[in-house]
Design a protein around this ligand. Structure first.
Ligand SMILES: Cc1ncc(C[n+]2csc(CCOP(=O)(O)OP(=O)(O)O)c2C)c(N)n1
Ligand code: SF4
Ligand SMILES: [Mg+2]
Length: 302
């Protein structure tokens, strides 16, 4: 794979200071990695907003907080509108050195929060919206979202005798947000921290509505050993079931272009949510992947 550097960060001299710790997430939580790394780049002058989701429930049990930046918890559908208001307030107060950051799960972004996010993007509000995607509603016990992949078991998409898990393809958030013609939009993975942090740094340097969709594996909801979060994140990208891309100045570009893919079963077989899958399912997913990648290569620079 050819990895493309995006924004120079002095990794050697990166601050040791953590702006998120003490959270009560499960061990191996990918979402935690995403938020912690994002805050490292964005720094103390960040005003954070989180809706109902794992990231809020595990960090803000009043009177405790795991954040060392200002933060507010908002209603499930309201991240986009709350950060729009925060950006307007910052502007009214003449605060030019602050970053307004919304962090929400896939359910809070692709489903219930999509309208508010769309409004913020369409108005080009001066905000960064980070969606950590663990591919289901995890905080309430693993229900399917519109970002849950084809074939995955969840409590609302059962699998077994006569049922095959989710039977539709996931929504493509990256395309939806790029269609708003925002200044910057990207996909990322917690398993590629350098790429992710460079994208956060790039977003920080741009004004207007910026969106980053980061895949964040979840050992509890996906059903794999807690120490394998980074391994599964890597396998998702290596098998072509998650891609790293950017949209900027009206153009889309792939940041990694695998010459050959790892077999999809190397990613799927070890996860409880895909345990019901058979050889035919793997081949079907492979076909969908190849179709998707043919389109990606056609419409994106690499
Ligand atoms: C209007 C409303 N509906 C439902 C809920 C219950 N609820 C809280 S968190 C959550 C799931 C969030 O899923 P996601 O956004 O993917 O974040 P995750 O829990 O996976 O981190 C739900 C359904 C709520 N708080 N408000
Ligand atoms: S359920 Fe998943 S996303 Fe939620 S805290 Fe646990 S590991 Fe993290
Ligand atoms: Mg989720």
């Amino acid at each position: 794979m050819a990895e493309v550097g995006i924004m120079a960060i002095d990794f050697k001299n990166l601050s040791d200071r953590e702006l998120m710790y003490g959270q009560k997430t499960c061990p191996g939580c990918g979402a935690t990695v995403a938020i912690r790394l994002a805050l490292k780049i964005l720094g103390e002058r960040t005003f954070l907003c989180i809706p109902a989701c794992c990231a809020a429930a595990t960090t803000n049990a009043y009177p405790q907080t795991s954040f060392f930046v200002n933060n507010v918890v908002t209603a499930f559908p309201a991240t986009g509108s709350t950060i729009a208001g925060m950006a307007a307030a910052a502007e009214a107060q003449g605060l030019e050195d602050v970053t307004i950051l919304g962090v929400a799960g896939d359910g809070g972004t692709a489903d219930i929060g999509l309208q508010a996010l769309s409004g913020a993007c369409e108005r080009n509000d001066n905000v960064i919206y980070l969606c950590y995607d663990n591919e289901a509603y995890m905080n309430t016990g693993i229900q399917r979202s519109s970002s849950t992949p084809w074939g995955a078991w969840t409590t609302t998409s059962p699998a077994g005798e006569g049922a095959r898990g989710v039977v539709k393809s996931r929504k493509n958030l990256f395309d939806i947000i790029a269609a708003h013609r925002v200044p910057y939009c990207a996909t990322a993975s917690v398993a590629y921290p350098r790429d992710f942090m460079e994208k956060i740094a790039k977003a920080k340097a741009i004004k207007g509505a910026r969106f980053i969709h980061v895949q964040a594996p979840c050992p509890t909801g996906w059903g794999y050993p807690t120490e394998k979060t980074i391994e599964y994140g890597r396998l998702a990208v290596g098998s072509g079931l998650w891609y790293l891309a950017e949209y900027e100045n009206g153009e889309m570009k792939l940041n990694m272009t695998p010459k050959t893919f790892k077999p999809v079963e190397s990613y799927l077989r070890g996860q409880r949510r895909f345990q019901h899958m058979k050889e035919d399912d793997y081949r079907l997913i492979e076909k969908q992947r190849d179709r998707e990648w043919a389109l990606l290569r056609e419409r994106m620079k690499s």
